[in-house]
Design a binder for this molecule. Structure first.
Ligand code: NAD
Length: 487
């Protein structure tokens, strides 16, 4: 018998649910802070809930670290720096990093489920991207720990001391790995502040650090909100602040750090241009555009949220793109077939809704996937705006959601001018059969990263970071060590 779902077109393809088990998460009901190698008693702290954005249910409660808790974390990090970590040979530090990497691999399935429950991202992404890349960062920087003399920063480059690291909610475990691995490899000790809506994978990482036998105080994890982050930024015992988050908060932090000796790196927002030339292979282009904007619900700093498509192929690209948008499966993040999961919080959902209304108000044409959305949780259907002008706010402001703005161009010069017409400069993509054209364009783009015939490709060996209001400093690669060395 022929399955009618199969005969009625791709959009109607039926998939049986294939849910991963939430029970794999093994979460504790309440968490304390990870201080000096131990979890503190949750009863000692004010608690707040971390929700599953797909169901609005509480997953666990976590501690809101006070200024006194941050002080204790910095003191623990300082003691560990002075007595153990800064004096330990690099080859010994490397052993701990290798151990952490292997333990992330061993607990990969559990970590993927925790991340998907807490963040709302599809399990396919946390399983295949976030968790393996987090392990890869620890493996990569473990390799550098005993080779710092050869990293190009002079003989015996010195660590900075205690690093305060503040991360956002879009890639919670991966951002923790991006921050911790190079800092530890270089000989620093750390106080990590996860985002308030996604603290859980960092707390599981705390358990992993215990399992790895990391000396106490080398990494401390203080959960909390903006006030916890601010206490870390202000603390006089911190030598370096590494921040990933919004440009707005980044600016505030830069002001606070300005009159101090603290070093600073900022990884901020973006409005990436994905540039499609008429000679590019269209099937690959469509997948690249989809991946560029709908990966992780568009909660990606380097998302290709502005599509610049050459006028001669714009109609065909848009037609095929909208058809593909309709095929995206939106729903249960734990289902292995899901393409687009839940929006991370009620606040972010309100923001995405409001910014999408700007598009309509300013005269762009809105196309929203007709997919059915679950009735509880935070959801936003994949959306594409066409007839967008450069002056529209949806072409200028970071929406940080599954919303694409389509603009057109005629010549390579015009493509470059439009791509660079942004206050941000984090990432761009160029799609063309001609390598010479890709290089010509890439050299003229003002962005930290340019992908050629692909998008959202990450690798620990490759430096990542922005220019202009996307921040400064690089994470990943040899360059990522520089942020944690006194050079
Ligand atoms: P956010 O700036 O609101 O928060 C980021 C972190 O900073 C959170 O842990 C938060 O608690 C903390 N924080 C908030 N106010 C603070 C303050 N005054 N002092 C110290 N810490 C404070 O950003 P968000 O909404 O969590 O994340 C989304 C933003 O992050 C987007 O703009 C996105 O582009 C950016 N981002 C950038 C990168 C990158 O590598 N460039 C990566 C991921 C996300």
């Amino acid at each position: 018998m022929i399955d009618t779902a199969l005969t009625s077109g791709l959009g109607a393809l039926g998939y049986d649910p294939a849910p991963e088990s939430a029970a794999l998460a093994r979460l504790r009901p309440r968490y304390g802070l990870f201080l000096n190698g131990e979890f503190t008693d949750p009863a000692r702290h004010e608690q707040f809930a971390s929700l599953n954005p797909a169901t609005e249910e509480t997953l666990a409660t976590v501690a809101r670290a006070s200024a006194a808790d941050v002080d204790a974390a910095v003191a623990a990090a300082r003691h560990a720096y002075d007595t153990v970590w800064s004096t330990m040979p690099g080859a010994e530090r490397a052993k701990y990093l290798f151990r952490i990497a292997r333990l992330i691999q061993e607990r990969a399935r559990e970590l993927a489920v925790v991340e998907t429950l807490d963040n709302g991202k599809p399990i396919r992404e946390s399983r295949d991207i976030d968790v393996p890349l987090a392990a890869a960062h620890f493996f990569y920087y473990a390799g550098w720990a005993d080779k710092l003399d050869y990293a190009g920063f002079g003989v015996r480059p010195r660590p900075l001391g205690v690093a305060g690291q503040i991360i956002p909610w879009n890639f919670p475990l991966l951002m923790a790995a991006w921050k911790l691995a190079p800092a530890l490899a270089a000989g620093n000790t750390c106080v990590l502040k996860p985002a308030e809506t996604t603290p859980l994978s960092a707390l599981v990482l705390g358990e992993i650090l215990q399992q790895a036998g990391l000396p106490e105080g080398v990494v401390n994890i203080v959960t909390g909100d903006a006030s916890t982050g601010a206490a870390l930024v202000e603390h006089p015992g911190v030598d370096k602040i590494a921040f990933t988050g919004s440009t707005e908060v980044g600016r505030l932090i830069q002001e606070r750090v300005a009159a101090t000796s603290k070093k600073l790196t900022l990884e901020l927002g973006g409005k990436g241009a994905n540039i499609v030339f008429e000679d590019a292979p269209i099937d690959e282009v469509i997948e690249g555009i989809i991946d560029g904007i709908f990966f992780n619900q568009g909660h990606v700093c380097c998302a290709g949220s502005r599509l610049l498509v050459q006028e001669s192929v714009a109609d065909e690209v848009v037609r095929r793109l909208l058809r593909r948008v309709d095929q995206l499966r939106v729903g249960d993040p734990l289902d292995k077939n899901t393409d687009v999961g839940a929006i991370n919080s009620a606040g972010q959902l309100a923001r995405v809704r409001e910014m999408s209304r700007w598009g309509e108000d300013e005269g762009a044409t809105r196309y929203t996937s007709a997919c059915e959305l679950p009735t509880t949780g935070y959801w936003f259907a994949p959306t594409v705006f066409t007839n967008v002008a450069q002056s529209h706010r949806i072409a200028r402001e970071e929406i940080f959601g599954p919303v694409l703005s389509v603009l057109t161009f005629r010549t390579p010069d015009e493509a470059v001018a439009k791509a660079n017409n942004s206050k941000y400069g984090l990432a761009c993509g160029v799609w063309s059969e001609k390598g010479s054209r890709t290089l010509w364009v890439a050299q003229r783009l003002r962005a930290g990263v340019v992908w050629a015939n692909t998008y959202n490709k990450f690798d620990p060996t490759s430096p990542f970071g922005g220019v202009r209001e996307s921040g400064f400093g690089r994470e990943g690669g040899r360059q990522g060590l520089e942020a944690y060395l006194d050079v």
